[in-house]
Design a protein around this ligand. Structure first.
Ligand code: C6P
Length: 414
């Protein structure tokens, strides 16, 4: 098996051994999983942590005085500490468990935005965004009379600090921007953007759904006010996500849901609420998912996010080199800028779903279509792309299999 670097001690073979699905076959071929942008495969330690809770603990948190409930509470709280450490949350920052990155952006749009925005205020975003970081802002603008504005994109969908500076105004209340495009892997200069936004008195929300799983993230260094991400894209389970927020902002924010576990005292006609994060986590949370997310953090940290990012960078370079040589291919996304391990392309006039079907016949899983990013597709003047997205366990052999299979697409569709 090829590794992407002889210089690092990145043990690709061992890593691959941790993921049971990587030894499976699909349509009679060894699986090549290149849909990590949609969700990541899960390693044994994550699966084991979730199963161990379900089998050996099963109790609810924060409610019982008996041992099983205490064990569940300890593991749940430990998972929050791990997540906070993973993203470098400063002491005045909090990590709220949500069901997804989508829920996290909605919580900010409606919990914070409805109170903070009024007619004439501006929400600044980009056409690069996943719908999860666009539609909540469209809806917020509709409900508050605020205006949704867009940063002008550069060649290949680049967002520059200069373009953000040009779009910011004295009425900008929030800049909602992706940390990494799910279509091209492009990573906007978030630290500079935060500085520019803060200078104008705007807050910054970064959609970290792709960024957090693939790159070291430190919210204090990025100086962001909110960060939304999902557990399932970082080797954790589905149904659990995170909203990081500065405490002062979270304290000023309304929850989306109301009920048990978020309260201090309840009277007939009103209740006193707890502070963040509990105020935003009413009802029984996804306890097994949160605990397994904690295990995913441990797993990624043991390998090292720097090492994972380097591995993917090298793999991307290799993939771009190989794909550049495929006849009839159009590759999207900027070159020579910071990019995560995602490649989007079209092959001649062949429909993306047809490409995906041929690849599937070869055991290769990719995503096809508009990737929940229709405005960006429109910007590119296309209906969709074929997307191969890499993660810590992908190899050069995977890229070679992809390139080979694209040859089959050409044979089938001419
Ligand atoms: N993108 C993809 O294939 P959820 O579904 O809430 O876990 O994540 C939403 C989301 C938000 N932002 C970005 C940048 C994303 O990529 C995603 C999820 C998947 O690209 C599924 S549509």
């Amino acid at each position: 098996m090829s590794t992407t670097s002889a210089r690092t001690s990145y043990d690709l073979e061992r890593i691959r051994g941790d993921f049971p699905l990587l030894s499976s076959t699909m349509r009679g071929n060894p699986l090549v999983y290149l849909d990590n942008g949609a969700t990541a495969l899960k390693p044994d330690p994550v699966i084991d942590a979730e199963v161990a809770y379900l089998r050996d603990i099963s109790a609810n948190i924060h409610r019982g005085v008996y041992e099983l409930s205490e064990r569940a509470t300890v593991l749940f709280d430990q998972a929050r500490d791990k997540v906070k450490r993973f993203i470098g949350a400063p002491s005045d920052g909090e990590a709220v468990f949500t069901k997804s990155a989508t829920e996290a952006t909605n919580m900010v749009a409606f919990g914070w935005g409805r109170k903070a925005l009024g007619p004439g205020d501006e929400i600044l975003t980009t056409e690069l965004e996943h719908h999860a970081n666009l539609i909540p802002w469209q809806e917020l603008a509709r409900q508050t009379g605020a205006q949704l504005r867009f940063v002008e994109l550069g060649e290949g969908g680049v967002v520059t600090a200069e373009a953000v500076a040009a779009a910011l105004t004295a009425r900008t209340r929030i800049v909602a921007i992706t940390g990494m495009s799910n279509v091209t892997g492009f990573m906007p200069p978030v630290t500079e953007i935060s500085r520019l936004a803060h200078d104008r008195g705007a807050v910054v929300l970064v959609d970290g759904a792709q960024l957090v799983s693939h790159h070291p993230v430190n919210v204090a260094e990025l100086d962001v006010d909110f960060l939304a991400f999902s557990g399932h894209k970082m080797c954790g389970p589905t149904g659990v996500g995170v909203l990081y927020g500065r405490r002062a902002l979270l304290d000023a924010m309304d929850p989306l849901l109301y009920g048990g576990d978020m309260i201090v005292r309840v009277y007939r006609d009103h209740a006193d609420y707890r502070g963040a994060p509990e105020r935003f986590e009413t009802g029984t949370p996804n306890i097994s998912g949160v605990i397994a997310l904690g295990a995913a953090v441990d797993y990624l940290e043991e390998i090292g996010m720097e090492a994972i990012a380097r591995h993917e960078e090298q793999l991307l370079e290799y993939a771009l080199g190989r794909l550049d040589g495929v006849e009839g291919i159009t590759l999207y996304g900027p070159r020579g800028v910071r990019r995560g391990g995602i490649v989007s392309f079209n092959l001649g006039q062949v429909h993306t779903h047809d490409v995906g079907s041929v690849l599937d016949n070869e055991g290769i899983a990719v995503r096809t279509g508009f990737h929940c990013a229709q405005p960006f597709m429109r910007h590119l003047g296309i209906h969709g792309t074929v997307r191969a997205s890499f993660y810590l366990y992908n190899t050069r052999d995977d890229v070679d299999r992809l390139v080979e299979a694209l040859g089959r697409v050409r044979e089938v569709f001419g």
